[in-house]
Design a protein around this ligand. Sequence first.
Ligand code: GSH
Length: 233
Amino acid sequence: MTIRLYDLAGANPALRFSPYCFRTKLALLHKGLDFETVPWRFTDKSRIAETGQERVPVIVDGKRWVNDSWSIALYLDETYPARPKLFPDAQSRNYARFLNSWCDWSVNPAIRPLAVRHVFDAIDEKDKAYFRESREKQLGMKIEAIGADQVAAAAGFASALKPAEIMLADHRFLHGAEPGYGDYALFGSLLWPFAVCPKDPIDYVSNVGKWFERMMGRFDSWAARQPTVRSLA
Ligand SMILES: N[C@@H](CCC(=O)N[C@@H](CS)C(=O)NCC(=O)O)C(=O)O
């Protein structure tokens, strides 16, 4: 049966940019499960009301609704144990959990100054008032002021990526010879500014940039085929 994924979309429904939804799509690809995505807007809260919360990713697998990218990853491994495992053992799950939280709490905040105003430009008209109000409250400043200093924003981004830069000097992936869920977490984070920034934000000379290209090639170059504001322009 095909799994349905509510996936954050821009005014152009082809533009998808949520770091957390990317994690779930990569997890589904890793497991080789059939899925279809439904474009979802920030204000489409009622469409996911079944989950009792207001954020995507949300998957619907038969009668089962599951939200939160980490919970979805655990659910997929538990429900489809015969498929390739996202977490082959407790050690890899613990490492992935650390990387997942590092992305949430250190990498994603460093990406906001690069991406938030471009997200604002890309979203549907019906989302703009909600997005402005919620983000300005969360970040304590006007959307236009977030990332006003793009030199500082780029430096903050590179500095947040330093642990991965060091690790990837002598490993092909964060999980070693093959990517694991921690790679999907970081890749999902980077696909967010990659999707919305008018200028490609990836430094391809860095170890992270080279790893990003390797990740782009996975699953028959799935990520490379996803639309960005640049490819849609
Ligand atoms: N911890 C959640 C975070 C999900 C999340 O923050 N999703 C954002 C999209 S990137 C969202 O749905 N935001 C809705 C809103 O801000 O109202 C996860 O890992 O799935």
